[in-house]
Design a protein around this ligand. Structure first.
Ligand code: GLA
Length: 611
């Protein structure tokens, strides 16, 4: 292969193979889009007028248990990058190890927290050893896909917004070396928000930033270098219990006119399926929803939005302007005319499905579905449970049981992470969470059960090391710590669901004891299509279709529908399981469009420095 010169930053514009190059990027995360739709979404990105795909790489999904790696099917990163190349897109890779991205623990595996002294995102030996083992598996899969070796990867980001964490001066250099020593040779970048810009960069590495650094500041920061807004936020994420965020600000044209390169975060958000979501805690804990629609140009199910068309028109006029302007700004585009828009995917509104069978959590099923219970004098947090080949429990629920000999004040001492349903002899007695830390229990000798849910580990901020879940310390009854716990891990994974299937289910005629699993069948005639699940009358729980955990339903909103991709259905019978904590209506409904709930426009808050 002839010598290829990668992305360079020697002057005020990027060059690629020696020619001026403008990055017009968009983020799509392969792990948030069903694999059969990768091609459709990348084609839509290209047809919009963008030339670069950016993606994070989530360590927690690629190494779910220590030393167990997954790089196939939905997580086949190499196939994703190959596809981008096939469609004529460049790639900017953001391999972390920490990525934020509204993922549980910012994409770090929770088993790291089994080490009591763990210092995430530092050069603490326990962390760097784990990063090295992971990068040994990851980097060889992508190194040969770099530009200079004939592939589409033109740049690689070092960590993510480290400047706003900045706990260890040596750490960024460690990550940089970890990439270089494994054969990464393309341009390295750092990416920071405003508060982190001062400490997040590395010499010789180009600084990137988010859009809420104002236009003027961008130019002052790097006067002699090309500028790239690595995260031009075209929307925002949502948390349970608050309105859906929309984003209407338009400053993209100004940036393009000023010669800035951009990456739209997100161009298409997709879905944080299952228990992938993270949480925010800026004073109070808020769990993120499953939909990662992000008010992006392509909707959660990949549909064109008004924003998509506005963007496409803007990029089209921008391209024509470039073609007629001086040669100096001629851009190395991958084909100058935009490809045709891929067809819109049809949706289906299936007939409501009655979930005619159920099984209550209290029918002594835990010893079967959770293999063996674990007993200990003190409650043990999820990560430290002896499950998953000693990687602990990452996600889902853990049931803690003990016997109490009197009633009185049950106090969580703020050790519940994040929400516990409290039962006395299988009867619901209340919820303990961050707000409610004490409830009163009736007198007499009883079995006390706490079903504790990990609602998502915080993905941003200084408290990453403190994200252990379950019961993270003593809880007290009348000020005396409770002892002698039996614990069951309910992680709702494939294996868990398989074991659940083998039990004897009952007909749903009589009202079950909650929490309970409900089961029914969706019969699809002909080709399955995308749809949205709706659960009016249900309160809170988890939805599983053909063994795939789609995510949570929760009547507090804003998300009122769960995206069910057509490729995850088949012609004929499809099994629906709904786990419900409090109250079931008995039927699953379907809708053609998502219902995002009440809306709030966040442009003003995020763009205050620009307005
Ligand atoms: C930051 C992070 C991203 C994402 C956005 C908010 O910019 O770098 O990973 O978390 O915030 O969506």
């Amino acid at each position: 292969m002839s010598h290829r010169e990668g992305l360079r930053t020697d002057s005020i514009y990027f060059t690629l193979n020696g020619a001026p190059f403008r990055i017009l990027g968009g983020s799509i995360h392969y792990f948030r889009v069903p694999r059969p739709y990768w091609r459709d979404r990348l084609l839509k990105l290209k047809a919009c007028g963008l030339n670069t795909l950016t993606t994070y790489v989530p360590w927690n999904l690629h190494e779910p248990e220590k030393g167990v790696y997954c790089f196939s099917e939905q997580l086949d990163l190499e196939a994703y990058i190959h596809l981008a190349a096939e469609l004529g897109l460049w790639v900017i890779l953001r391999p972390g190890p920490y990525i934020c991205a509204e993922l549980d623990l910012g994409g770090l595996p929770s088993w790291l927290l089994r080490d009591k002294n763990m210092k995430l995102r530092t050069t603490y030996l326990g962390f760097t050893t784990a990063v090295n083992s992971y990068f040994d598996k990851l980097i060889p899969r992508v190194a040969h896909l770099q530009f200079k070796r004939g592939g589409p990867i033109i740049a690689v980001q070092v960590e993510n917004e480290y400047g706003s964490y900045a706990k260890d001066e040596q750490y960024l250099m460690f990550v940089k070396e970890a990439l270089l020593s494994r054969g990464i040779t393309e341009l390295l970048l750092t990416c920071d928000n405003r508060e982190g810009l001062k400490c997040g960069g590395l010499d010789v590495i180009t600084l990137l930033m988010h859009l809420y650094v104002s236009g003027c500041e961008l130019f002052v920061l790097q006067p002699q270098k090309p500028l790239l807004v690595m995260e031009y936020w075209c929307g925002w994420f949502d948390v349970w219990g608050e309105p859906h965020h929309v984003f209407s600000a338009q400053v993209l044209k100004e940036l393009l006119d000023r010669g800035v390169s951009i990456n739209l975060y997100m161009f298409h958000g997709g879905t944080s399926f299952g228990f992938m979501n993270g949480a925010v805690d800026l004073g109070s804990y808020k769990s993120q929803i499953n939909s990662y629609d992000y008010d992006a140009p392509l909707s959660e199910s990949g549909d064109y939005t008004n924003k998509y068309h506005l963007l496409k028109n803007l990029l089209r006029s921008f391209q024509s302007k470039l073609l007629f302007s001086s040669l100096k700004f001629l851009i190395l585009f991958l084909g100058c005319s935009l490809p045709h828009l891929p067809a819109v995917q049809g949706k289906r509104v299936y007939e409501p499905v009655v979930l005619s069978e159920h099984i209550s959590l209290w029918e002594n099923i835990c010893p079967v579905i959770c293999f063996q219970p674990f007993s200990s004098d003190d409650p043990v947090n999820m990560e430290d449970l002896p499950v998953n080949h000693n990687s602990g429990q990452s996600y889902g629920y853990t049931l803690y049981e003990t016997t109490i000999y009197r009633g009185g004040a049950l106090n969580s001492r703020n050790h519940v992470r994040d929400r516990a349903l409290v039962f006395i002899d299988k009867h619901f007695s209340g919820v303990l969470d961050y707000r409610t830390q004490e409830i009163v229990l009736p007198q007499s000798e009883r079995i006390l059960s706490l079903l504790v849910e990990n609602c998502g580990r915080v993905n941003y901020g200084p408290a990453l090391d403190k994200q252990r879940k379950g019961l993270v310390g003593d809880i007290t009854l009348n000020h005396i710590p409770l002892k002698k716990f039996t614990m069951y891990s309910l992680d709702m994974t494939h294996n868990f669901i398989n074991r659940l299937q083998s039990l004897k289910w009952k007909s749903t005629n009589q009202n079950p004891l909650y929490p309970a699993f409900f089961r029914g069948s969706l019969v699809v005639e002909g080709q399955p299509r995308d749809t949205f699940i709706k659960l009016p009358g249900w309160r809170k729980g988890v939805v599983i279709v053909n063994g795939q955990n789609l995510g949570r339903h929760w009547s507090v909103g804003p998300q009122d529908t769960l995206y069910l991709p057509g490729p995850w259905l088949k012609s004929g019978d499809n099994q629906l399981i709904v786990f419900e904590e409090h109250r079931a209506e008995g039927k699953v409904h379907f809708a053609e469009n998502p219902q995002h709930g009440k809306i709030t426009d966040v442009s003003r808050q995020l763009f205050c420095t620009l307005l």
